[in-house]
Design a protein around this ligand. Sequence first.
Ligand code: G3P
Ligand code: CA
Length: 242
Amino acid sequence: MNPCVAHRGWSGDAPENTLAAIALAAADPDISMIEIDVQLSRDGVPVVIHDNCLDRTTNGSGRVKDFTADELRRLDAGSWFSPAFAGQIIPLLSEVLELTQGKKLLDIEIKTLPGLYPGLEEKAVELIRKFDMQDQVVLTSFDHYAVAKAKALAPEIKAGPLVSGRPLKLVEMVEELGGSVLAIDYEYLTAETARTMHERGIQVVAWTVNSLADIRAVAELHPAIQICTNYPQHWKQVCRGW
Ligand code: G3P
Ligand code: CA
């Protein structure tokens, strides 16, 4: 059965990347891993939020990097989703580690553009080690330099590239990075790629697979593909027949 990864927490049912969404996913034994996005506040604290800007998912405005962690934490990150989640805040990475420690695997996406968050990889690794979660975490990024840096800083932590499109030398690229995971846009994933990666011991995470039809199609490519979705209930319907 294909494992299920909850994308930005259980983000179909609770505001993405909040403790509410992460706790919902952490409480479900069917979910293997939780994906989150990490950025850096102005005072250098890793915080969990997807966009570089605050406007879509909080009542704030402007760039994450221009606010201190204390200022970010005063924002409401739940009301945009539903009034029922008013008061949810942007969590610190440390809070998410504390919540999931010993309970669930985490896919921590390093949200970085060249030069945007200097020191983010170091700070993420420091926290993962502080919580002794090296075996519980995989570090991913669209910025493959960030993956290489994370791997150099912490060879003991699994890492791998995020990929969209069809890189010519995909296998070589993942192996050169020392990657043990490939997180790939499901629309570009083929059965051949999934088989080749798994033969080499590289886990494949397909993102972000939300509809029943797409989950079914990805599951049919290879039984070990991890299905990253906003709707774990859809994964249950397809993969568990519920
Ligand atoms: O895990 C991969 C996926 O999260 C990448 O896309 O934009 O949702 O962070 P995005
Ligand atoms: Ca992500």
